[in-house]
Design a protein. Structure first.
Length: 728
């Protein structure tokens, strides 16, 4: 028996759920059945009086939907997460150990600027979701990188809505191609982890429309995710998880979304308001929510038509699931094949930030002095929280370099094998290693995750004193002997680089590259793979340069949540639309590395840019030619500058992008990119309208926002105004 449900549930009934009789099944359900379906289940149902485990599905999924056997409604399983299916290593009464694949983090996938890489990662995620008996993956996460100190940025894609929305959309297509569902999250403006369950995000309609909703809008155009997860935070004074203008008027009305809305995991919110406001499945479920829904209907506070509407959304989800279709999971997956795919995805996204004096690629068989705890057992595949993965191994940089044929300094290997963190490296110690080695490679590591933001402190945003001294000593020792120093950044989010980048000859950024990260980084360092990753966000010179810095939680006050205090109870998005490169580019603020930046071992030329009008927008084509001596891939980034008008606009905005196939020296490819007409408009808050100004629009295509190679123009003859019905 499940939580006191009547034995009638076990009896046969002529009415069984199908794709075509959902309305009839809804009518046949009792109020209690409807309430229980709307409230999710945890692994053990959270009812203090009756704690019964769900039979036959003890796979460790993070949540379930309630089964109603008499109507043929099965249980369905929901699992984290965005970087890999989050299953436990052990199950009850089972001696077998279960593993999933840790794929590159979302930021690294976005750094590939390659929709096929996103799709392939999605396909593998979807396959493992299916293979491990689950129905819905709670990912990808796709909140914008408003501030680099958000602890969960590693799960997310970019500071830009076009790049983020596009990569998320294609990852969802990959996931759902395997017959399981994906969830885009967290909807919306969940751009910090501090006070995340209470914080009120105060955001202008213009910034919402042009950035934070645009991100989700683009994904929704590309795919039809089975689920959207509402966020913990309050948005402009109203809880996102029962924000009717957001969840019903915009998402279902303006966007035409037909899937399920699930809340983020929390013990209790007002379930009557949640159901009225547009959340269908309440997670993590508690018995009190069931009781409140029943009471709400009986007292007239919760209309039955709303209950039926939301139950219908759940049943429309359920009939698509593997459990409904009787799929029998293998509970094993192609870990070897998925590891290869994870490595290939990481190789496509690794960014080379610096390469002076041809420090890279490293010559075959070189003797390497490999420094840093992060080079060895401290190498990070992913961040913490729901983005973590129970993986069989993490292949570190030491293993990757040895596998690539490099000889590593034995003294350093011995030092770090016994270490639990980075160790001090004196100048004399570095000099001895320089005498024995041809090149130094130093790994800087950073980790963060769900539930806490990062710190604007040494050891996080800044290098620690130990790291700074280590880099300085190694740099001086190796440079005195005419030898190069390479830094590898095994990090989940942006760190400060401007103050120390001159100490090293090359910087390679693999982020947190998944289970095969060491091999992927080694492939770039040795030149087997030509780096083609590009930054999906800006690296500023200093934290104070970031426009949201003064409106981001200050960790050091140590105060409890207070709804009256800025950055504790509420965060005002005063920077508006000037997030990331939009700000730095428009106000000519120097940066360490610009949006879209990334070096290569070869060179490329852009030519023959053409723009044509077509139904629904414009199509641009550009030819990219490999003008160097090595094979490689290049990203064409298309930015649009709108004519000056009465509305605030950045100098330029990314509107489309495409990546070449691997081009041999002298080979060329013509890339075609579409610009949606709706994406040319700016939002006019006073008129609650999208406005496309008349005038000349300039298109620029190049290798980063600061490296634009070719230009073209087109004209809009008269302004286009589209009023929208919703104020959010």
């Amino acid at each position: 028996m499940l939580c006191g449900i009547s034995s009638a549930f076990a009896q046969d009934n002529a009415l069984r759920l199908t794709e075509k009789n959902i309305t009839k099944v809804v009518k046949a359900m009792t109020l209690e059945e409807k309430a229980r379906l709307l409230v999710g289940l945890s692994y053990i149902y959270n009812d203090s009086s009756q704690r019964h485990t769900i039979p036959d599905i003890e796979v460790g999924a993070v949540g379930y939907t309630f089964p109603i056997p008499r109507l043929g409604i099965p249980v369905t399983l929901l699992t984290d997460g965005p970087a890999g299916v989050r299953i436990p290593a052990k199950r009850k009464d089972d001696s077998h150990t279960y593993y999933a694949t840790a794929f590159p983090i979302g930021t690294l996938v976005a750094s590939s600027w390659d929709i096929e890489t996103a799709r392939k990662v999605g396909e593998a995620l979807g396959q493992e979701t299916l293979d491990y008996n689950c129905d819905l993956l709670l990912g990808p996460g796709m909140n914008l990188h408003r501030n680099p100190l958000c602890g969960r940025n590693f799960e997310y894609f970019s500071e830009d809505p076009v790049l983020s929305g596009t990569m998320a959309g294609y990852e969802v297509l990959g996931i759902q191609s395997k017959g399981v569902g994906a969830t885009i999250k967290h909807f919306v403006c969940n751009n910090q982890e501090s006070y995340r369950t209470q914080n009120n995000s105060i955001v202008s309609q213009k910034a919402l429309r042009e950035l934070y909703l645009k991100n989700f809008e683009i994904a929704l155009r590309i795919c039809s995710p089975w689920s959207v997860m509402s966020s913990y935070n309050t948005l402009n004074g109203q809880r996102a998880m029962y924000h009717k203008p957001l969840l019903i008027d915009w998402l279902r009305g303006e966007m035409g979304y037909r899937g399920m809305v699930v809340t983020d995991w929390y013990d209790y919110r007002d379930p009557v308001q949640q159901e009225i406001g547009g959340s269908d499945l309440l997670q993590r479920g508690v018995k009190q929510q069931v009781d409140d829904i029943i009471k709400g209907v009986k007292t007239g506070k919760l209309p039955m038509e709303i209950v039926d509407r939301n139950v219908t959304h759940l049943l429309e989800y359920i009939v698509k699931t593997p459990h409904f279709k009787g799929y029998r999971a293998a509970n094993q997956t192609d870990l070897e094949g998925h590891a290869r795919m994870a490595r290939e995805a990481a190789e496509q996204g690794i960014v080379m930030l610096k390469n002076e004096g041809t420090a890279l690629p490293l010559g075959k068989g070189l003797r390497i002095a490999l420094f840093g705890y992060g080079s060895y057992k401290g190498f990070l595949a992913h961040g913490t929280g729901s983005g973590s993965v129970n993986k069989a191994y993490t292949l570190n940089l030491m293993q990757g370099l040895e596998g690539a044929g490099f000889r590593l300094n034995a003294e350093l290997k011995s030092l770090y094998e016994d270490a639990e963190a980075d160790v001090a490296v004196s100048k004399s110690y570095a000099e001895r290693r320089a005498q024995e080695s041809d090149v130094a490679v130093v790994t800087i590591r950073r980790n963060a995750g769900e539930g806490a933001d990062r710190w604007e402190e040494p050891g996080d945003w800044l290098l620690s004193d130990l790291e700074r001294n280590m880099l300085r000593n190694i740099s001086e020792a190796f440079h005195e002997q005419g030898k190069k120093v390479v830094a590898v950044l095994n990090i989940g989010g942006v760190i400060e680089t401007a103050s120390w980048s001159s100490l090293v000859d090359a910087i390679v950024l693999p982020w947190q590259p998944g289970i095969e990260g060491g091999n992927a980084v080694a492939s770039i360092l040795c030149g087997r793979v030509n780096p083609s990753g590009k930054l999906p966000m800006t690296f500023p010179v200093a934290y104070e340069d970031i426009p949201s810095a003064k409106n981001f939680p200050n960790h050091f006050h140590k105060e409890a949540w207070d709804k009256t205090k800025k950055n504790i109870g509420w965060t005002r998005y005063e920077e508006g639309i000037m997030v990331g490169y939009r700000y730095f580019d428009s106000f000519k603020v120097p940066v360490a590395y610009p949006f879209g930046y990334g070096l290569s071992y070869t060179t490329f030329a852009f030519s023959n840019l053409k723009v044509k009008r077509q139904r629904g927008g414009y199509v641009a084509s550009v030819t990219v030619t490999n003008t160097g001596s090595r094979a490689g891939r290049e990203v064409a980034q298309l930015y649009v500058s709108a004519p000056r008008g009465s509305l605030e606009k950045p100098v330029r905005e990314l509107k489309a992008f495409a990546k070449t196939r691997e081009l041999r020296p002298g080979e060329r490819e013509t890339l075609v990119m579409k610009i949606e007409a709706v994406d040319l408009a700016s939002f006019d808050e006073a008129a609650n309208s999208w406005v496309t100004d008349a005038g000349t629009y300039r298109i620029e295509v190049g290798a980063s926002v600061e490296d634009l190679k070719v230009k073209a123009e087109f004209k809009v003859g008269k302004p286009v105004v589209k009023k929208v019905p919703t104020v959010i």
